[in-house]
Design a protein around this ligand. Structure first.
Ligand SMILES: [Zn+2]
Length: 470
C-alpha cells in the first residue's frame, strides 16, 4: 500500500521544498494542492504534480458567474486564462472552490458552468479537477442533511459536470475526529461516486484536494486541529489521517491534501508547522515508492482550435468608470442571441489601451449619460481581448432597445470605414476566436441603425469574422 497523504499549500513555506525532498527520499512521486501557485516553477525537477486553485480577490464575481451557467464560465475563463497560461507547469486546475449552491436553479447553472469551463480549459490544453465540493453539499439524498431536498439527490443534475472533468476532486473534513459522521463528512465522496457510476458516468481518477479536521462543521468560526479542546497532539491527528489514508487506498484515490501549510488568516489554527510536516513526511516516506496509477490527458475536441497564442484576455469589469446614479438593467443570459460588432472609429493603436478604454467609458457616461461603457468586449490591435461589461447587463451599444437586450457588443479598436483601415491580423484572429467561442451569429452595427460602424462590410475581414461565427 502507498500513502495518499500530502500537503495543501496556501503559500509555499520556506521549508516547502525540503519537505518534498524528505517525503520523496525513498523515491516515488507526490501530488500537492497549491492555491495561487507561483508563475515560476519552484519544484526544481522534483516528481511532483501540482493541482492549482485560483483564489479570486473578487469572490462575489465568481458566485455571480457560477449562477450565469455557461456564459459565466466564459467570463471566468477569460478572467483567469492569462494566469493559467503563465503556469504551464501546473498539472491540473480546480473548478471554482466549494460551490455551495442552494436552489435547484443554482445547481443547474453550476452544472452548465462546469461543462462549459471544461470545454474551454481543454481547448486551452489544461486539465480540470472538479467540483471541489465540501461537507454537506450537494444534496445526496440523505434526509438528515441541511440541504435535504426531500430525499432527492443533486447528483443527476451535476452528472454532466462530473463527466466533463478530468479528475473528480472533493474536500472532506471531520470534527472532532476524521471518522465522525462517516458517510456524511469524510468518505462522503464514495456516495457521490456510487451515484455517478449508477447513472452510467465513466469513473474518473479521484483526488481529495482538501481534508483534515474543521471546527466549521460545528460552529461559525474557523477552528483547526490546534484549537481542539481537549488539545490534540499531532501523533493522534496523524493516526486519524492514517485511518483515512487506508480507506482512500481501498478506492485507489490519487491523493489527499491535508489543510494546510503556509496558512493565511484566518486559517492559522489549521497549520502544520515544520515540526509536524516533518513527521508527516516521514510517514509518507516509509511507504513503498509509487507512481500515479492513472494518467489523464486533456481532450481537445476535433475541429476546434486553442486560443490564438498571442491573445491575452484581460478582465476590466469593476475597473472602469461608471455613472454615479445610473445602472444597466439585468437580463437572462438565455435572451442573448447575437453578437453585435462595432469599431471604435478612433485610434487603432493608442499609446495605452487600458487608459484608452477608460476614456471610452468616460465618454459614454458624460456625453450620453449612460451607466457605463457600452460594450461587453473590446479587441485591440495586438489581439488582446478586454472584458469590459458583464454579459448579464443590458448595455446601450446598438441604438435599439430590443437589440441591446438580445445581444452583446464587441468593439474592435480602429476606424474601418472604406479607405481608412482594417483590423490587424492578431486583432481579427482574436475577434474570430471570441465570436466562435461565444457561439452566437454576428451582426454589423450598421444593419441595426444608420451608422458607419463597423466600417466597410465588403472588406475581407468582415467575411472572415462572419464565417468564424457560424
Ligand atoms: Zn457601433
Amino acid at each position: 500500500m502507498n500513502s495518499r497523504l500530502t500537503l495543501h499549500v496556501q503559500a509555499l513555506p520556506s521549508w516547502g521544498l525540503d519537505w518534498v525532498r524528505r517525503a520523496l527520499r525513498n523515491g516515488g512521486e507526490l501530488y500537492v494542492k497549491w492555491i495561487n501557485p507561483d508563475e515560476h516553477d519552484p519544484l526544481d525537477g522534483l516528481p511532483v504534480r501540482v493541482i492549482g486553485r485560483v483564489h479570486p480577490d473578487d469572490d462575489d464575481w465568481t458566485k455571480r458567474w457560477l449562477r450565469q451557467g455557461e456564459h459565466g464560465a466564459l467570463a471566468f475563463y477569460i478572467r483567469w486564462y492569462k494566469f493559467y497560461k503563465a503556469r504551464p507547469w501546473v498539472w491540473a486546475w480546480e473548478t471554482p472552490n466549494e460551490p455551495g449552491m442552494m436552489g435547484l436553479d443554482d445547481v443547474q447553472a453550476l452544472s452548465a458552468f462546469v461543462v462549459r469551463f471544461c470545454e474551454l480549459m481543454h481547448r486551452g490544453g489544461f486539465r480540470v479537477a472538479g467540483l471541489n465540493t465540501s461537507v454537506g453539499w450537494p444534496a445526496l439524498g440523505f434526509d438528515k442533511e441541511p440541504e435535504d431536498r426531500g430525499g432527492n439527490s443533486d447528483i443527476p443534475i451535476l452528472a454532466p459536470a462530473y463527466d466533463a472533468c478530468d479528475i473528480w476532486s472533493f474536500h472532506e473534513y471531520g470534527w472532532p475526529q476524521m471518522w465522525t459522521g462517516e458517510g456524511f463528512y469524510c468518505l462522503r465522496y464514495r456516495e457521490t461516486v456510487r451515484q455517478l457510476v449508477a447513472l452510467g458516468i465513466k469513473r474518473k481518477p479521484i483526488a481529495i484536494t482538501e481534508c483534515g479536521l474543521d471546527g466549521l462543521l460545528v460552529g461559525p468560526e474557523p477552528r483547526g486541529w490546534r484549537e481542539q479542546d481537549p488539545p490534540l497532539d499531532f501523533e493522534s491527528y496523524l493516526s486519524q489521517l492514517a485511518w483515512y489514508d487506508q480507506r482512500l487506498a481501498e478506492d485507489n484515490v490519487l491523493f489527499a491534501a491535508i489543510f494546510t501549510a503556509g496558512a493565511n488568516a484566518p486559517w492559522g489554527s489549521y497549520e502544520l508547522h515544520q515540526e509536524e510536516a516533518w513527521q508527516l513526511a516521514d510517514y509518507i516516506a516509509t511507504f513503498r515508492p509509487r507512481w500515479a496509477p492513472e494518467l489523464v490527458t486533456p481532450r481537445v475536441p476535433e475541429g476546434t482550435t486553442p486560443v490564438p497564442n498571442h491573445a491575452q484576455i484581460i478582465n476590466l469589469i469593476g475597473k472602469l468608470p461608471v455613472h454615479p446614479d445610473e445602472e444597466f438593467a439585468e437580463r437572462n443570459l438565455e435572451d442573448i442571441t447575437h453578437s453585435v460588432i462595432h469599431h471604435s472609429g478612433g485610434r487603432q493603436r493608442p499609446a495605452n489601451v487600458r487608459r484608452h478604454i477608460k476614456a471610452i467609458a468616460r465618454y459614454h457616461i458624460r456625453k450620453y449619460n449612460w451607466p457605463g461603457i457600452a460594450y461587453t468586449h473590446v479587441v485591440d490591435a495586438d489581439g488582446t481581448i478586454w472584458l469590459t461589461g458583464d454579459l448579464g447587463s443590458i448595455r446601450y451599444h446598438s441604438g435599439s432597445k430590443a437589440w441591446n437586450r438580445a445581444s452583446i457588443g464587441i468593439c474592435l479598436l480602429g476606424d474601418f470605414r472604406h479607405g481608412r483601415g482594417v483590423p490587424t491580423h492578431p486583432q481579427l484572429e482574436a475577434a474570430e476566436w471570441l465570436v466562435r467561442d461565444l457561439g452566437l451569429p454576428v451582426v454589423a452595427h450598421k444593419k441595426i441603425v444608420a451608422t458607419a460602424c463597423p466600417g466597410d462590410l465588403r472588406s475581407g475581414w468582415w467575411r472572415r469574422l462572419r464565417r468564424a461565427a457560424k
